[in-house]
Design a protein around this ligand. Sequence first.
Ligand SMILES: [Zn+2]
Length: 382
Amino acid sequence: MIVRSSWRIGSIAGVDIAVHPSWLVIFVLFAYAATVSVKAIAADSDFPLSTRNDVILGLIAALVLFACVVAHELAHALVARRLGIPIGNITLFLFGGVASILREPGTPADEIKMAAAGPLASIVLAALFGGIAWLTANSSVQWIPTLCLFLGVANAVLAVFNLLPAFPSDGGRILRATIWALVKSQARATGIASAVSASVAGLLVVAGATMAFHRMWNGIWLVFIALFLLQAAIASGRQARVGLSLERMRVGECMARTLIPIAHDAPLTAFVSAISNDKRTGYPVVADGAFVGLVNPRDTGSVPPMLWPQTPVSAIMTPAARLPALRGEQPASDALALLAKSGARSLPVFEDGDLVGVVSEEIIFAALRERTAAPERAVSAA
Ligand SMILES: [Zn+2]
């Protein structure tokens, strides 16, 4: 999830920590909830706290709890970095924290390690605070066990909620990775995990509503969290369907087959007029009949128009050596991955050493749209 327009508040182990404005809302609610909890815990003890101390302790509890949320996200981020997966920052927002991991893990094992790290950190913190609360239970400084008991329980709740099998939560990711290892397709596993997640979220909505109906007001929280999970599960299910279509569609089925070859020494003015009525994104550049690179109309932007008559196409093309080659039978998802990795706007497709087509992101998504729209058209024609 990308959370924009947030404030950077610092950095730990080279990972930036940011706060989204919506976090302030949840912080106030949490500080209030912590104050109430701390007061209830203290009332049960032999040393009840004064009201002012309740509020101070509630604020401290909320701040330490958010530090625990950061520790949870940091555990995800550091494991990801160790696995060679690039990481962005950690952002605190309305629903807690999120570590932006810039690439999906490549194997089920990596995904399980990365997803389990966060809840594991929360369980360790729960045990730590629980242990301190237990050890200091009889101390005369009564606010220490009160605060630690609250933090221990809160971290345990954090671990349990994150382990719910509701993709893209941590538990949902562990579930997806397990299915992925079994069915050998990440997209199919995401689809199945999303369906399970939507069911779990649906059950939680019912459970929360039932609790609220019986005047257990915590049920309202549960309904809110479950609705958020439901929406996330539906979104990732949709994303999985696109991913699956991309795995099933072959490069050969969507590539541009009719090619307009451009001579390597042709000036840019000739190139621009040759393609004036064409909307393609990639044109093969040839020298003595051999493929030497690809040129995109947008590449002309790097040269001022007054210099176009004396600039050859070869000066702005992407040379063949820098373009990973594709084969027609490869899945379209491979083409997208290679396009992203190489930074090229289009890639050549070869069959038996001959250039047979050119593929680009625009071409792939246009083919995908056409495919998903096809059944509807068939229905309206009937
Ligand atoms: Zn997590």
